[in-house]
Design a protein around this ligand. Structure first.
Ligand SMILES: *[C@@H]1O[C@H](CO)[C@@H](O)[C@H](O)[C@H]1NC(C)=O
Ligand SMILES: *[C@@H]1O[C@H](CO)[C@@H](O)[C@H](O)[C@H]1NC(C)=O
Ligand SMILES: *[C@@H]1O[C@H](CO)[C@@H](O)[C@H](O)[C@H]1NC(C)=O
Length: 196
């Protein structure tokens, strides 16, 4: 047996090379697309869900164990005794139940600023940093208006991290206890949040 080209198909090698060359760009495209899918492995699993969180917020303004501290003085304009201009920095405890000694679920870290001249009204800018359960280490960011003398205040959830990536939603706040002497308050929070 000698190695000779099949005389009946002398052009065979060049014909079969052409489709292979044509396939090359498609092969590259396929490889590239599988690389991009590989870099976002959760793409297929991503499904937005609605979660409801319920907890209590403890604003301790008075005493040595205060967790909310005013860092500016009132601007001195607006209604008498207006809190307009007062910025309070907080690291308030969040608990499962209304009792401050009930299980801790997180901290509300950030600030509230007297930003209304006609009534008591705060700009809230805070992170709800969770420290228990499956949301331990995850954070929700709240930015909204809080007139604390209203029975129910609604504040937007503008984002989050950890399990709350891409979060959006709203928080409803109801004061359930207030000490007029110290200014301490316990506020019930109902948070409804869309996330993945
Ligand atoms: C501050 O907290 C400590 C420890 O929980 C407690 O023993 C103390 O009574 C508190 N002080 C005030 C003024 O609330
Ligand atoms: C929350 O996570 C931190 C850091 O991973 C861990 O040290 C802590 O024990 C966790 N807390 C709870 C209540 O699971
Ligand atoms: C409010 O706080 C003051 C000072 O700590 C305390 O004497 C008083 O009992 C508190 N009032 C209520 C309703 O808890």
């Amino acid at each position: 047996m000698s190695l000779t080209l099949n005389p009946r198909f002398p052009l065979l090698p060049s014909i079969s090379m052409a489709p292979r060359l044509l396939l090359l760009p498609f092969l590259l495209l396929f490889l590239l697309s599988s690389i991009t899918t590989a870099s976002s492995p959760n793409k297929k699993k991503l499904k937005e869900k609605l979660s409801h969180l319920h907890f209590y917020f403890h604003d301790v303004v008075g005493g040595r164990n205060a967790t909310a501290v005013p860092v500016t003085k009132p601007a001195g304009v607006g209604q008498p005794f207006s809190a307009f201009g007062v910025i309070t920095i907080m690291d308030d405890l969040l608990t499962e139940g209304p009792d401050p000694k009930s299980e801790q679920v997180g901290r509300a870290q950030g600030m509230y600023t007297g930003a209304a001249q006609e009534e008591l009204g705060f700009l809230m800018a805070m992170n709800l940093a969770f420290t228990a359960g499956k949301y331990n280490g995850s954070v929700l960011s709240v930015l909204g208006r809080n007139p604390p003398l209203h029975p129910v205040r609604e504040m937007p959830i503008v984002g989050g991290s950890g399990l709350f990536r891409f979060a959006r939603g709203y928080a409803l706040a109801r004061t359930i206890w207030f000490n007029f002497t110290t200014g301490d308050a316990i506020v019930e929070y109902d948070v409804h949040v869309m996330h993945y």
